[in-house]
Design a protein around this ligand. Structure first.
Ligand code: F6R
Length: 261
């Protein structure tokens, strides 16, 4: 795991956008895995700036989002499809037909989740997957106790996640209880993972994910099993890491370090 430390949210967002932009420049037909929530907003803002001011071209890109609430269609303001349109898609030149969000409405979730997985495979797999982390250590909506081999499926949110996400809804009762989410196994198949975390509220979950045992009780800890995962943190989110001085040391030494890439 590569831990990238930034002074604050803005610097973290720019570091993460830099990783994404490199993937798109190196491979104009890249398949991007995207996340919603508060954390990636600054990264999306920077990607929009890179598109407008530096010509970052998304026209050949395909995207797959991690998750969607059950019962909300794409026109609902709290749906993740709506979030992506408002916060990224409408401001870059991605072909909207090449953007994918798991189905929030379906007559047959089993079949539509299997179709989502097949579509990812048909696209050649995900080149880079953006992840946030829940205060309970979830990635996507893989709540504690989710199988580390899980695939895209229906999940029931924990009360903690419902409470965390209530800020986006008029009342906590409006937060959907069910969602469709990529599984941990699906996420681990992406060629590169980039997890973003900001603020002291994420410090415990980040410590469990980076330095705790690999466990379904913190599904973000599965990133320890991935050969190319980047953890982008601001100083508040890294506050509980035991090895934080080492990560800083590595980062300071990196410009002169031997490389093979
Ligand atoms: C969103 C997602 C979730 C969030 C996580 C953190 O697509 O998959 O795992 O990344 O709940 O949310 P924020 O960034 O709002 O703290």
């Amino acid at each position: 795991m590569q831990v990238v430390i930034s002074a604050d949210y803005e610097e973290m967002s720019k570091a993460a956008a830099g990783v994404m932009a490199k993937v798109v420049r190196d491979k104009p037909t890249a398949v991007l895995g995207l996340a919603t929530g508060s954390t990636p907003l600054g990264m999306y803002k920077e990607l929009i700036r890179l598109h407008r001011e530096e010509g970052l071209d998304f026209s050949g890109v395909t995207t797959f989002n991690l998750d969607e609430y059950v019962g909300l269609d794409g026109s609902h303001e709290q749906s993740y499809r709506y979030f992506m349109t408002e916060n990224l898609f409408k401001d870059i030149n991605v072909n909207i037909d090449s953007t994918n969000v798991p189905p929030g409405i379906s007559d047959d979730f089993k079949a539509s989740c299997a179709a989502y997985e097949e579509k990812i495979r048909d696209a050649g797999g995900i080149d880079v997957q953006v992840l946030g982390i829940g205060s309970d250590g979830h990635i996507a909506f893989n709540e504690p106790s989710s199988s580390l081999a899980s695939r895209t499926r229906l999940k029931t949110l924990t009360q903690q996640t419902i409470d965390d996400n209530a800020r986006f809804f008029e009342t906590p009762e409006d937060v959907p209880v069910y969602c469709v989410t990529m599984g941990v196994g699906t996420i681990l198949e992406a060629k590169k993972l980039i997890l973003l975390a900001s603020g002291a509220g994420k410090a415990d979950a980040v410590a469990d994910a980076v330095e705790g045992p690999v466990s379904s009780m913190c599904t973000a800890s599965a990133l320890q099993l991935h050969p190319d995962s980047i953890i982008c943190l601001d100083t508040a989110a890294m506050g509980k890491l035991q090895m934080r001085e080492y990560y800083q040391w590595v980062q300071d030494k990196r410009p002169g370090a031997p490389r093979w890439d």
